[in-house]
Design a binder for this molecule. Structure first.
Ligand code: GLP
Length: 259
């Protein structure tokens, strides 16, 4: 795992956007895995700004897969992850809805197996953008999720419903059920890019990066992945015991190595 403590939220967005662009330039038909939530929003805004400025790559050949989706929202609800990702990123990059896939919340019983089959048919995810929940959840894999899990229905914890209440009128309006890629699904992506910013994420980041591998901190599965990159602002990095070493590693990294 490569942990990269950066100077600001905007530097995190800029570095993350460059990782996405460099993949799309080198592999124009790549598969991007997209997270929703607040953490990747500045990165998506940066990608859109570069695209509009004409400095970004063409996204015409790119296919996208969402990490997760709420179950029970009316079709087209603005807080559905499908609507959110179109609004925040894919519409602005010129990607048609047919190139953006998500687990089907209208058929939660079959959605998991169908989504796994769709991911396999697409050749798997090349780069998976991730956030982390304040309780250490990854996608919507709450603490206790199997480290080998695949896409399935899950029940949100009260903590996650409270965290996500800011997108709804109240916590009780946040759906109780969701569909999420499993931790085993996420581990199959070829490169994991976790973005965490803000002090509220510091304990979860420390547990995921420096704590034991445990279903109690689902994001600790990153420790099993051969190519995981963790981009942090100073607040999110503030509880890491080895932050100085991670900074030194990043600063002395050979240019040819990239992220
Ligand atoms: C949300 C999403 C995750 C996200 C995480 C952190 O509930 N389902 O995909 O990465 O929890 O969210 P945020 O970035 O808003 O803090």
């Amino acid at each position: 795992m490569e942990v990269v403590p950066l100077a600001s939220v905007s530097e995190v967005a800029s570095v993350a956007a460059s990782v996405v662009e460099s993949l799309v330039r080198s592999a124009p038909a790549c598969v991007l895995g997209l997270a929703t939530g607040s953490s990747p929003v500045p990165t998506y805004a940066e990608l859109v700004a570069r695209h509009r400025a004409g400095t970004g790559p063409s996204y015409d050949g790119v296919t996208c897969f969402l990490l997760d989706e709420y179950v029970g929202l009316p079709l087209g609800h603005p807080q559905s992850y499908r609507a959110t990702i179109a609004r925040e990123l894919t519409d602005a990059l010129g990607l048609p809805a047919s190139s953006v896939h998500g687990p089907d919340p209208t058929d939660p019983a079959s959605a998991g197996a169908d989504y796994e089959a769709a991911l396999t048919a697409a050749g798997g995810v090349d780069l998976q953008v991730l956030g982390i929940g304040s309780d250490g959840h990854l996608a919507f894999n709450e603490p206790g999720s199997s480290l080998a899990s695949t896409t399935r229905i899950k029940t949100l914890t009260d903590e996650t419903r409270r965290d996500n209440a800011r997108f709804f009128d109240s916590a009780s309006d946040v759906p109780q059920h969701v569909l999420t890629q499993g931790l085993g699904t996420i581990l199959r992506a070829r490169h994991l890019l976790l973005i965490a910013t803000g002090a509220a994420k510091a304990p979860a980041v420390a547990a995921a990066v420096e704590g034991p591998l445990s279903a109690s901190c689902p994001a600790s599965v990153l420790q099993l992945h051969p190519h995981a990159t963790v981009l942090l602002d100073p607040d999110a990095a503030s509880r890491l015991a080895r932050a100085d070493h991670y900074r030194a590693v990043y600063e002395s990294k050979p240019d040819w190595q990239g992220l």
